[in-house]
Design a protein around this ligand. Sequence first.
Ligand code: HPA
Length: 279
Amino acid sequence: AQLRARSPKASTFMTTATEILQQRLPAARPRIGMILGSGWSSVIDAIENPQRVAYADLPGFPQSSVAGHVSDVVVGRLGRHEVAVMGGRKHTYETGRADAMKIPIRALREWGCDVLVQTNAAGSVDANIPPGSLMAISDHINFSQHSPLIGEMGNERFVSMTNAYDIGLRQQAHEHAGSMGVDLFEGVYAWFVGPQFETPAEIRMAMGAGANAVGMSTVPETILARHAGMQVLAFSLITNMGAGLSSETLSHAHTLSQAQASAKRATSFLARVVGQLAI
Ligand code: HPA
């Protein structure tokens, strides 16, 4: 009875996860869902009265095998909003499947979330966007050409990806960045499936194609969220220059240590933007 804006593609499978969330947290009415990527997990510390449900208790919620990701849904208050935060995501490179986050995103939607806020760590392919920067994603390039919607039926599968990263939400993010004195860049995120980093030639291709950053996540979730009828806002924390653009050796340890160095700034910015979001 409490379901608003039920996804048209509700299946009994994902309803199970939604029902468990409702049973465990009967008073919760989150309208914003969040997915935290590498370096962003301390956003959870900003949540008031957090309540946790382990992914292990939610059918179809996949545990991430990636260090720095947390396998819990954390629900509580962030500023003006009640939010449901997924501490980690399953990446396509973990299984070869781009639809690993299908059930979690549809469950958030069924539970009442109208907005999906995503974060990730990314490499810059833009000399004007140095490591340590925050970037609002304005658009993406799906270089992997995987889709989480393969096998969907019906005309809704032909989902428009124009304005996939909502311009009104992005505008609000820029206003908060301005008032907080945070430099917020904006750019196009190119998805490479990974888990290997890109080659220098691939980075040159991404630059030529108009990308500003490269990474291994976020795009499948954006496609799923748009398909489910959610608005999307997404931020990259730039941890390095793309392969061949600097003398650094790329590794996950490097990504995490660079992300940690910027985590405080990134997470206080995110808490403010999401906490104040007009939706
Ligand atoms: N490439 C892909 N993914 C990444 C990178 C990168 O350079 N840095 C952090 N995530």
